[in-house]
Ligand binder design. Sequence first.
Ligand code: ZN
Length: 66
Amino acid sequence: MILEQQTISTGFKIICTDCGSLSIKATDPAHASDDTIIECSRCNAVRGTMADLHMLAERSRDVFEF
Ligand SMILES: [Zn+2]
């Protein structure tokens, strides 16, 4: 799998670059660590990690609702 470089350098993909979907697979926060991979719920492409998602949520709290 070739995912580390891409996802870490670009951060979390809000919109899937493969299928354009906004949906992500639901992850159980209790069992997810920062390096847990988040996948697209439609095509299973890698969208980022929990750490990316947290960072995004911190930065864009006023823009997006989680
Ligand atoms: Zn997708």
